[in-house]
Design a protein around this ligand. Sequence first.
Ligand code: BGC
Length: 766
Amino acid sequence: MKAFVASFVALALIVASVQVLAQESQADVRAREAEQEMTDDERFSLLISILGNVSGGSIAPDPRVAHLENPSAGWTPGIPRLGIPDLQASDASMGVTNPGYRPDDPGATAFPASIVVGSSFNAELAREGGVAIAREARSRGFNIMLAGGMNLTREVRNGRNFEYYGEDPLLSAILASEQVNGIQSQQVISTLKHYTLNANETNRHWLDAIIDPVGHRESDLLAFQIAIERSQPGAIMSGYNKINGQYAGGSHHLLNEVLKGAWGYKGYVMSDWGATPEWQYALHGLDQESGAQADPFMWGLDTEPFTEPLRQAYADGKLPKERLSDMVRRILRSVYAVGIDKWGPAPAVDMAKHNEIALKIARQGIVLLKNEAALPMPTDEPLKIAVIGGYAQQGVISGTGSGAVAPVGGFESVIKIGGAGVMGKHRNLFLFRPSPVAELQKAFLNAEIEFDPGYTPAEAAMTARRADVVIVFGIRVEGEGFDLPDLSLPWGQDAVIDAVATANPNTVVVLETGNPVSMPWRDNVKAIVQAWYPGQAGAQAIAEVIAGKVNPSGRTPITWPASLTDTPRPTLPGLGTPWGTPVTIRYDEGAEVGYRWYAKKDIKPLYAFGHGLSYTNFAYENLRISGGTVETAAERDGQAVTAVNATTPSVAEAEASLLSGGETVTATFTVTNTGDREGADVPQLYLTAAPDEQRMRLLGFKRVVLKPGESKQVTLTVDPRLLARFDGKANQWRIAEGEYQIALGKSANDLVLMGSADLQGKLFGH
Ligand code: BGC
């Protein structure tokens, strides 16, 4: 019966993929035929998108969008006679945003930041969130979502990391592609962005990101490559920055040779807003100029490059007809492949269900970094709880910039912060209701909760002293257009936390930040909960984690450095220079991003990539690796096997159960919940060394939910590119023949079972 079901499923999958291929080729044919029918005016009309008018914005109102009832971040007129709909693009990855285009909009679901999804290591959540976001987009007439933000965390000072999934290419690719799949399943085109290496915000329009091209292929580009293969996004958004001297949107190498050439990408490339300084980008692979009015504003031009200048270039024979057709066909192909020309009535939007999804993501993405038996707190005792700081009497905070979502009913409050550059006016302290104080009171019905604003260390310490336990909130507003000068908390909060922890040893810290922070008070507090920017349901999820109603299962997708001197760039070039200053940042770590860097340099971080505690314990055993051998960490180090791994098979037993060797490595193992409460674990498979080379790579992971005492067997098959190096001369991936060391761990620094695999040398892929 099982075999029958398996072959039926396999057959269904084959039929489904053949259907997808057929559909795709149909999209190609339709795009070609429609494009052939067009006049040149119609062709050119598709090559720009126009930013909606926002009162008080930096760009003058534009008559071209004056007639629109529903202006957006980018509107492109459709061609009704050919059945081509208007293209309406909206931000973005954490919900449908509204930077003032829709004054009467009732508000959208403010999902947790993407870094929370990253911490969940749960691809299904990324997809569910994508479906919900697309439904809210469709109900507003948006058929393009500028979602799929997936730049890797190279810098813990990058103000926009909260919009992405962390530092690892595989994790980022899997989560971003599932979000895109969710969005596109609702007939809404999604982007993946920002292609590529938009890893810092400071002077991003003038930032030259220098990287070794091979290292680039093994990191940021690999993330895009895998995500594109898994989701076929209708569009790719290029970044603001330069890469090795070429602007991302004008890089013939990255757009024509890599994306469209080596990877065969068939959709279209749109620029970021205000990132098309000249029409020649069309020759280098850019297909559409986004938010066209932003370019004259940014670059001091008379006109928008993809309007008159591009038409003139065509008239002069500088833009070949084939390229013009190609630009148009790529856009149309995505319209047809995703089906935005075939919309029926918008699917129902169930806001209560979307709130549940936002809550689920927050519950799974909150990371318990430290816990000295302080959490969960007892809910049945008449505790005196002091809640201090972080505007916790009002709400939880959000990141800022184009991705910030205004929730139903608006924010609880908006406190203007401001700052340099065009993004300064978008830099606000946004607070989502309900408040942590209210949610904690619901979770601790017998407790007496006193709120203290954390206004001064001395005042906060007085409140802390008269409580049984203290929950102190540390917040930091991070956002688009700004990098962080250091890892401290703003507004003197580190001093407040320190004073509170000194006054009351039972102190728990909850952080709402988009990046790791330095935590000088770390050793003085009992527990640390990293909530990131947990979205509109975040306060509830935080209270549930503290009360133990939710067993935390998030794992940090960013390494927490002990000090900035441990990171690849102790000093961040360009930080502090005035807006408009050219900046060069050398990403000399190449492919060795995040945990890979710490492993290579043998530096112990504050918290390792993949770290996150639970209220239960998990054990791993029976690791079997195709073509390899297995031992425990203790055996490797020549010690006796510890109790945790007591049931791990001996090397001989493991060898006897080897799986057959093949094209890549497959690992099978068992995870057991050895504690007394249900919980979710995220076992992680790493490469730790390749022939003649130390090299750390996350090879696979799986979130597993287990009841007390329950075991599950997990099988992970490795994408061979993660075992390989990119051979820049051959322009292919190369696996060197020899032994590969593989480890199963709880984080990049907590490796539990070791194994190895002998691989044959091979050259493959592109
Ligand atoms: C951001 C993009 C965003 C665009 C449109 C830019 O400032 O970098 O991520 O999609 O604005 O709002």
